[in-house]
Design a protein around this ligand. Structure first.
Ligand code: AMP
Length: 222
């Protein structure tokens, strides 16, 4: 499976990517996660990217391309990947094509996860993650204690609230998406790669729609 998940912040790309990983055994490649790990580890790249990320803006294309190139060269990506949060603009999409041609792994489909802006706001302001295991909760929709229990962290795990999920940064992040990332819809649509999924609803329902959309995209390519 070689797909890209496109969607605004809060559309559920990360949550659904994790389910796809379990079902298909290919890695989720999230530039946001890789950048956050670099920030946590205090690498030079992380230190350089931190302020931009905290402001909800895009890290420069060359930096993110370096990260993605290195990640896709890892052995676990040899049989495919689920890209989550990359590409984020058309220049990154062009660069991705070059990298994928180099490794002989062209895209099979690009899935747009569509959610309206009001719901995105609530998903983002309510999003928290378990400091220990990284599981994502939402204080409005799925607070800690919602089954399945967070093992081994228990029913009251220590939670982290991402800096860029604070209310003041969410508006700029959604604006960045509209201006820079939304044009990818037309970009991939023209190439016959795009499938759209209604990403509002229960996680398992959205997942079923997503699997169906991936199947449509892959059978069109076959
Ligand atoms: P995410 O977790 O995907 O929302 O990403 C968090 C932050 O990481 C974004 O707001 C950007 O600052 C940065 N980031 C992640 N992916 C990219 C990308 N493809 N291009 C530029 N910046 C990115």
């Amino acid at each position: 499976m070689r797909i890209v998940l496109v969607g605004a912040p809060g559309a559920g790309k990360g949550t659904q990517a994790k389910k796809l990983v379990e079902a298909h055994g290919v890695p989720q490649v999230s530039t946001g996660d890789l950048l956050r790990a670099a920030v946590r580890d205090g690498t030079p790249l992380g230190l350089a990217a931190k302020a931009t990320m905290d402001a909800g803006k895009l890290v420069d294309d060359a930096t993110v391309l370096g990260i993605i190139r290195e990640r896709l060269a890892q052995p676990d990506a040899a049989n495919g990947f689920i890209l989550d949060g990359y590409p984020r603009n058309t220049a990154q999409a062009d660069a991705l094509d070059v990298v994928l041609a180099e490794i002989g792994q062209p895209l099979e489909g690009v899935i747009l996860m569509d959610v309206d802006r009001d719901l995105l706001f609530k998903r983002l302001t309510g999003r928290r993650s378990c400091k220990q295991c990284g599981r994502i909760f939402n204080i409005y929709f799925s607070p800690p204690g919602t089954p399945p229990a967070c093992v081994p962290c228990g029913d009251a795990p220590e939670l982290e609230h991402r800096k860029d999920d604070q209310e003041a940064v969410i508006g700029p992040r959604l604006d960045t998406y509209e201006k820079q990332t939304a044009p990818l819809v037309e970009y991939y649509s023209k190439r016959g790669l795009l499938e759209k999924v209604d990403a509002d609803g229960e996680i398992d329902d959205v997942y079923a729609r997503l699997e169906a959309a991936i199947e449509r995209a892959r059978s069109r390519k076959a």
